[in-house]
Ligand binder design. Structure first.
Ligand SMILES: *Cc1c(COP(=O)(O)O)cnc(C)c1O
Length: 371
């Protein structure tokens, strides 16, 4: 690991924390943020934790014009024993560099990034909400900051981490969501940026999302961009179906985002000896399974929602009601197990959780300035 000194400037004021029952997803941010700069020839430098604040950027900064950016999303949980746990953070920083690669952004030292995150969480630890279903959402991201109106990889970047106490991602909680299959727009194609976690993928998804929302659906289910036939994923989640006793999910094909929740669920299902396969799944197959009464469950998976059961799937003017619009047993068991491991109430046989050590330790290794 390359170690960088982290300068810490503590905030002299503390913001008011939201009430547990009023937590909305991604609307409130903690007292501090992590930030680090990159310059060509100088590398990553000036790692610092500072009071949460606005950025000051040149209007010509390349991020505003060509969208060269990447992000990650993970969560910290406070356990009953007052420990702070992260869920597979190494996987997030590994994927961060995969995204960086695709977007021509310089790699970060993954171990250092995790260290920096731990320090930031230690400082804002009291922001981790404790009520069931709540957590501290973590958003690491990188933006291109070189002031230049030319299309080329930027020579300057900022790596930033912000934290947000959150409740459930969907207002429905674990109650099933309704999704509609998108047949006009596409999210990504193999060779594009679908496998990278980058803002542009989301910008291009908004139109479909908005139209689906107008019809009363909370997310769209994307089909592949070439045949307009094979299932890809849902807005910000991977998708699973249970058909005639077998759990199926689209294989990693060069256009979907490989979710860490997806990966963990595949591991859990195999551990439980539940038949599972990663393969091509056409929308016609889903429709046929539904007609035959064999479409038993459907659920989306992602860090934000963990598991989002799908109660209704809309395609070609037809409504498919799945499991009577109720959360199915496999969805429920996966949700209970994953959240149990994440929050420390269930044993973690896979070595997935990483504890954030107590506050005192790390601050000894940094320069702390109080302003
Ligand atoms: C982040 C994301 C997911 C889910 O990934 P997790 O690692 O499970 O949170 C799925 N699809 C897209 C498009 C995403 O951006």
């Amino acid at each position: 690991m390359t170690t960088y000194n982290i300068d810490i400037t503590l905030s002299t004021t503390k913001k008011e924390k939201p009430q547990a029952d009023k937590l909305q997803f991604g609307k409130t941010f903690t007292d501090h943020m992590f930030i680090m700069d990159y310059a060509l020839g100088h590398g990553w430098h000036d790692a610092r934790i500072i009071p949460y604040q606005s950025l000051s950027l040149d209007p010509a900064s390349m991020i505003f014009h060509y969208g060269q950016s990447v992000f990650e999303g993970l969560k910290a949980y406070l356990t009953e024993k007052d420990q702070v746990l992260l869920f597979r953070p190494d996987q997030n920083f590994k994927r961060f560099n995969i995204s960086n690669d695709r977007l021509c952004i310089p790699h970060l030292d993954e171990d250092f990034a995790l260290e920096a995150l731990k320090q930031l969480i230690q400082i804002d630890r009291e922001w981790i909400p404790t009520a069931a279903g709540t957590s501290l959402y973590i958003r690491p991201f990188i933006i291109s900051t070189e002031p230049y109106l030319g299309v080329a990889p930027s020579t300057n970047y900022q790596f930033i981490i912000i934290l947000s106490p959150v409740g459930s991602y969907y207002k429905e909680g674990l109650a099933p969501i309704k999704i509609s299959v998108e047949s006009e727009y596409v999210r990504a194609v193999a060779g594009g940026t679908g496998t990278a976690k980058t803002g542009g993928n989301y910008a291009s998804s908004l139109k479909a999302q908005q139209q689906s929302g107008d019809k009363g659906y909370s997310q769209v289910l994307w089909l592949d961009g070439v045949n307009r036939k094979y299932i890809e994923e849902v807005g910000s989640m991977n998708i699973f179906f249970k058909i005639d006793g077998e759990v199926v999910t689209p294989m990693v094909n060069g256009s979907i985002l490989e979710g860490i929740t997806r990966k963990s669920i595949l591991q859990l299902l195999r551990y439980w000896d539940i038949p599972v396969s990663e393969r091509l799944i056409s929308i016609d197959e889903i429709k046929q399974a539904y007609a035959d009464g064999k479409l038993e469950e459907a659920f989306g998976t992602g860090t934000a929602a963990v598991i989002a059961p799908v109660g209704e799937l809309f395609w070609n003017d037809e409504k498919m009601t799945i499991n009577n619009g109720q959360t199915g047993p496999v969805s429920q068991k996966l949700y209970d197990t994953l959240t149990g491991i994440q929050t420390g109430t269930l044993e973690d046989p896979f070595g997935w959780v990483v504890e954030v050590p107590s506050e005192v330790e790390s601050l000894l290794h940094s320069n702390v300035i109080t302003r």
